[in-house]
Write a protein that binds this ligand. Structure first.
Ligand code: HAM
Length: 457
């Protein structure tokens, strides 16, 4: 058998591929990114890109020593030499903050809104929508801690989802408090779970010491049973005054703007850098255990990375999961437009000349050409298979007269067009209305009809 791609990765395929689904359609990925880019740029975010591999310390300090990501899911890459290896980034936030600190972005107007997009890597147990290489759309706002920024971040995420047409989403909103609140909550959890040591998984026994909140989102069935039976109180009960006031303010904005959410008093995120506001977005089509996106405030992250105190907040949406959700809601993307014109020489001596014409036309329209001389019927069939709007055929007779026979494929209307006017004809409105069915398709005297269908961008 020919070599296969690694488990948990996907190929993004061209339209028409036999194994195409929306979440493997390359163009669907681009469309989602384009739609998101529009919303994010209108929200004032600028694009930033960071390397896909980083120092392991960045993720250890950023995402947290006790997180599943760091303990089980890191990919490490090595090269020849002394270096201890790099990690493939499992998420974008720590990298964006590192880049902010390293490049002195503090000097830019604050708070600074950034967005990025790209592949992330986690060595997870693979299932539908849970990949080892997946793609995130990531939005980060660095340098402000006003609750209005939190509410805006949530609203911007919802705008992206809405712009993609998704309706069946549930936003779960909570607060994970300030560090002192977390300390009190952890003390409470240690006391609670301490009574059930014998029933906890070996991993959670370690978590009990170091970060008992992690037990709450443990994937092990035995831990989940203990969590259920103990009916532990949620984090929200332990918020201090400041975190409470901040959260109340975030909620007031969201309520006033009509952004609907479910209050989730026990929300736990899988990354350790969160403080105060935290949220997850769910979709029935993706399954209850997997979120479409998630985010929150991370005011302590910059210090964790060795920088000065710098507040931040953001979110990420999983592109594969967005596409799965879009499929579940029956949202389809139109297929790629084919070439606007497909050119074919009808004689071998003209192939190079026709190709040159095709190359020139690309400054105006999408143009493809045949690599050898074709019979007219074959050229028209090939043009049709490629989804071309026009076929341009050039035989010795046309070449001698300085014209091409331009056929509008959906209507069958054909005209001879002078080489000097071809660019204008192809670059302008269609010379026939493709919705108009010409009763006399071979009548070369057909006049142009008003166009309703220009090439889709
Ligand atoms: P996260 O919740 O770990 O947050 O991931 C965000 C989204 O990435 C998830 O909701 C999901 O859509 C997608 N995702 C995560 N893991 C996988 C996977 N194995 N396969 C497919 N999709 C996946 C973060 O990564 C934070 N950096 C978000 C953030 C930004 N917080 C503040 N700023």
């Amino acid at each position: 058998m020919a070599l296969q791609r690694p488990k948990g990765t996907s190929d993004h395929l061209p339209d028409g591929s036999p194994k195409l689904s929306l979440d493997t359609q390359a163009r669907a990925f681009q469309r989602v990114t384009d739609v998101a880019r529009g919303v994010l740029e209108r929200s004032g975010a600028q694009f930033i890109a960071t390397p896909i591999f980083e120092e392991p310390e960045l993720v250890r300090r950023g995402v947290g020593e006790t997180s599943d990501i760091v303990t089980k899911e890191m990919f490490t890459v090595y090269y020849f030499g002394e270096h201890g290896g790099f990690i493939l980034r499992p998420e974008g936030t720590a990298s964006v903050m590192r880049a902010y600190l390293q490049n002195g972005l503090k000097q830019l107007p604050s708070p600074l809104k950034l967005w990025t997009q790209g592949p992330m890597f986690r060595a997870e147990n693979v299932q539908k929508g849970r990949l080892r290489q997946f793609h995130q759309l990531d939005y980060e706002v660095i340098g402000g801690d006003d609750p209005l920024i939190d509410a805006e971040a949530v609203a911007v995420m919802m705008s992206v989802v809405e712009a993609l047409g998704l309706r069946q989403v549930t936003l779960k909103l909570g607060s994970v408090g300030d560090p002192a609140d977390r300390e009190r909550y952890n003390a409470y959890l240690r006391e609670q779970f301490g009574r059930r040591r014998a029933d906890l998984s070996p991993e959670s026994l370690l978590r009990l010491d170091r970060n008992p909140m992690r037990i709450l989102d443990s994937k092990s069935a035995e831990d989940q049973a203990v969590v259920r039976e103990l009916a532990v109180r949620p984090m929200l009960d332990f918020l201090g005054e400041q975190a409470q006031a901040h959260f109340a303010s975030v909620r007031r904005y969201l309520d006033a703007w009509g952004v609907s959410y479910q209050l989730d008093p026990g929300l736990v995120r899988g990354l350790d850098y969160y403080r105060r506001s935290a949220w997850e977005l769910h979709h029935a089509g993706v399954g209850a255990k997997s979120a479409l996106g998630g985010g929150g405030r991370y005011d302590g992250l910059a210090e964790q990375l060795g920088g000065p105190a710098t507040p931040g907040i953001g979110w990420a949406l999983g592109i594969e999961r967005l596409l799965i959700a879009m499929t579940a809601e029956g949202l389809e993307l139109p297929l790629s437009p084919g070439p606007h014109v497909y050119l074919a020489a009808l004689d071998g001596a003209l192939v190079g000349q026709v190709a040159e014409l095709g190359l020139q036309l690309r400054s105006v329209v999408r143009a493809e050409f045949a690599y050898r001389a074709l019979k007219p019927a074959v050229a028209l069939r090939d043009a049709g298979r490629r989804g071309a709007v026009y076929a341009a055929l050039i035989g010795p007779e046309e070449a001698g007269r300085g014209v091409v026979a331009l056929k509008h494929l959906s209507s069958g209307v054909q005209r001879n067009i002078g080489l000097d006017e071809l660019r204008d004809v192809l670059g302008g409105p269609d010379f026939v209305n493709p919705d108009f069915v010409n009763p006399d398709a071979d009548d070369r005297t057909t006049h142009p009809q008003p166009s309703t269908n220009q090439e889709q961008a």
